[in-house]
Design a protein around this ligand. Structure first.
Ligand code: DX5
Ligand code: ZN
Length: 231
């Protein structure tokens, strides 16, 4: 199946990235096919090491297993203390895009370079308590900036409205770079909070619980989010 990195998608479009952390892992392939058919733009994959965040999730074998299920880009969010150690395994497993945390250890410039050298797109993200300025040294090297609107580690938390000024400031800063960079938001997004972050300048919406655990079903919930692009 054809693969493509995030650079093939325009930051001028509103994009959705359902987070499989909230999917039914016993039916993971089926869950991914549902959101793919419903028009998702990428699949968000949360990787946690039990150290950078107080939770464990999944690793490269799961990324490898879902790779043949969809042609959508796999948007891999690494919540790891030592991302440099694991990036090669995620690249080999079929990641299309990898986002690392600015609070991680190691030579982040070298890690972003390795991701790019593998033909993948690059992202940098930050915890809610980290100021936007911390991203400055990396902005020239990334295709996407991710603003966390919850403390990373768990799905299903409440959206932190105090991060909205950061989204606005980063959108302005990215526009000034003079090249297209996606601005993704992750944590507590539903229809209402998504409206807020889109108004602040975000163009990629990560949504876990509000899609995969929606009473109306994932396809309908996703259609609601995608409709925001037309409002
Ligand atoms: C949290 C993860 C999120 C999470 C979002 O650490 O990065 O991607 O899955 O889940 P919801 O949308 O349920 O807040
Ligand atoms: Zn995430």
């Amino acid at each position: 199946m054809a693969r493509h990195p995030l650079t093939d998608l325009s930051p001028r479009n509103l994009l959705t990235a359902p987070s499989i952390l909230a999917a039914d892992f016993a039916r993971l392939g089926e869950e991914i096919r549902t959101v793919d058919t419903a028009g998702a733009d990428m699949i968000h994959v949360d990787i946690m090491d039990g150290h950078f965040v107080p939770n464990l999730s999944i690793g490269p074998p799961v990324v490898q297993a879902i790779r043949p299920v969809t042609g959508l880009p796999l948007d891999v969010h690494l919540m790891l203390t030592d991302p440099g150690r694991y990036v090669p395994a995620f690249l080999a497993a079929g990641a299309d895009h990898i986002t690392i945390h600015v609070e991680s250890e190691g030579d982040l410039h070298a890690i972003l370079g390795a991701i790019r050298a593998a033909g993948c797109s690059t992202g940098i993200t930050l915890r809610p308590g980290t100021p936007a300025e911390a991203l400055e040294p990396y902005l020239a090297e990334v295709d996407m900036v991710l603003v966390m609107t919850v403390e990373p580690g768990f799905g299903g938390q409440s959206f932190r409205a105090d991060q909205v000024p950061k989204i606005r400031a980063l959108r302005e800063r990215l526009d000034a770079l003079g090249r297209p960079v996606h601005l993704e938001v992750d944590g507590g997004l539903n229809l209402e909070t998504s409206r807020t972050v889109v108004a602040a300048g975000a163009n990629v919406l990560v949504a876990g619980n509000s899609v995969f655990r929606a009473p109306e079903g994932a396809a309908r919930a996703l259609a609601g989010l995608r409709a925001l692009a037309r409002t």
